[in-house]
Design a protein around this ligand. Structure first.
Ligand SMILES: Cc1cc2nc3c(=O)[nH]c(=O)nc-3n(C[C@H](O)[C@H](O)[C@H](O)COP(=O)(O)OP(=O)(O)OC[C@H]3O[C@@H](n4cnc5c(N)ncnc54)[C@H](O)[C@@H]3O)c2cc1C
Length: 278
């Protein structure tokens, strides 16, 4: 049995911290809007984007644009650049999960993650945390990936696999019984679901720039470019996806590498293997 602390035990806390840090760096955060058009210069480099929101359409000028839309990244890039020539090699990988109400006393509550993969021979994780909406102490139980059913277009969420949910309930009853549930008691399931992970058919994610040649599409001429010659070399489009099961853990590092590449610094790690799969 492996016991470890993970960012999954406090995802909201991580989100809040990131949000605060962004504001400290004068990052402007716009939500509830949809990117629907990318305008490029004659040389192929990105110039501006158009987003749609309840307040109407808005144009933002930009030099760089990062696509990090999780499972939707490949689809979004293909929609915006129909001639895009690279293959993401995305695969389907989802995790079924339930949230059960804990009956432990406050004194016994642990905000820890317990991984039982080696006990049951497949992924099985228990994470204890306080539900901010209800203030109940809850335990998130996840495992039993289901790769066989592919709904039309993978988005973020999918209907849970009821067989998997039943087994997760049984595991909850089995492993949480000590001080939680009597042996044959059924734990109270507050929520259930299945969520897709952005996965590609290799171990490493894609954290890379996209060349103008990969984007193809209409290209006028460098002579009509608004950029100086050396700035035309890159499209200004970047992709960060495919972290599969480890995106929460690796995301901060990938973000740092990407920011270093964008500002032209030497990345902390060799990024040669993080391009599009051949
Ligand atoms: C059940 C489960 C358990 C996991 N456990 C762990 C773990 O313990 N440790 C770990 O490291 N990782 C874990 N992961 C994996 C981790 O959650 C993912 O790798 C990570 O979330 C991927 O980050 P991302 O930013 O690429 O995508 P996401 O987290 O999916 O973020 C993409 C965001 O883009 C938004 N978006 C999509 N389309 C658009 C659009 N057109 N316009 C604007 N926004 C858009 C989405 O709404 C979403 O908010 C787990 C995943 C699952 C499903």
């Amino acid at each position: 049995m492996k016991t470890e602390f993970s960012r999954t035990s406090n995802p909201r806390g991580l989100g809040k911290w990131l949000y605060k840090r962004c504001l400290e760096y004068y990052v402007s955060i716009v939500i509830d809007c949809t990117l629907f058009k990318v305008h490029r210069c004659g040389c192929g480099k990105v110039r501006s984007v158009e987003v749609k929101s309840a307040q109407g359409d808005h144009l933002y000028e930009c030099d760089n644009l990062v696509f990090a839309a999780g499972t939707r990244t490949p689809q979004l890039v293909r929609e915006l650049f129909p001639d895009f020539s690279r293959d993401f090699h995305e695969t389907v990988n989802s995790g079924n999960w339930i949230i059960v109400k804990s009956t432990a006393t406050v004194r016994d509550q642990m905000r820890a993650e317990v991984i039982l993969d080696e006990v049951v021979d497949h992924q099985l994780e228990f994470v204890g945390r306080k539900d901010l909406a209800t203030s109940h102490f809850v335990i998130w139980v996840c495992g039993l990936n289901d790769e066989e059913t592919r709904p039309d277009g993978v988005t973020g969420e999918a209907e849970p696999d009821e067989d998997a949910i039943k087994r997760l309930r049984e595991y909850a009853a089995q492993f949480l019984r000590n001080g939680q549930y009597a042996l044959r008691d059924d734990p109270e399931v507050l929520e259930k679901g299945r969520t897709y992970r952005p996965t590609i058919d290799r171990e490493l994610p894609i954290v890379t720039s996209v060349s103008c040649a990969d984007l193809r599409g209409p290209r006028i001429s460098k002579a009509k470019s608004h950029h100086v010659e050396r700035d035309c070399a890159k499209s200004g489009i970047w992709v960060c996806t495919g972290h599969g099961r480890y995106g929460i853990t690796l995301g901060l590092g990938s973000g740092k590498l990407l920011s270093q590449m964008i500002v032209g610094e030497q990345p902390d790690l060799d990024v040669a293997a993080l391009g599009f799969p051949p």
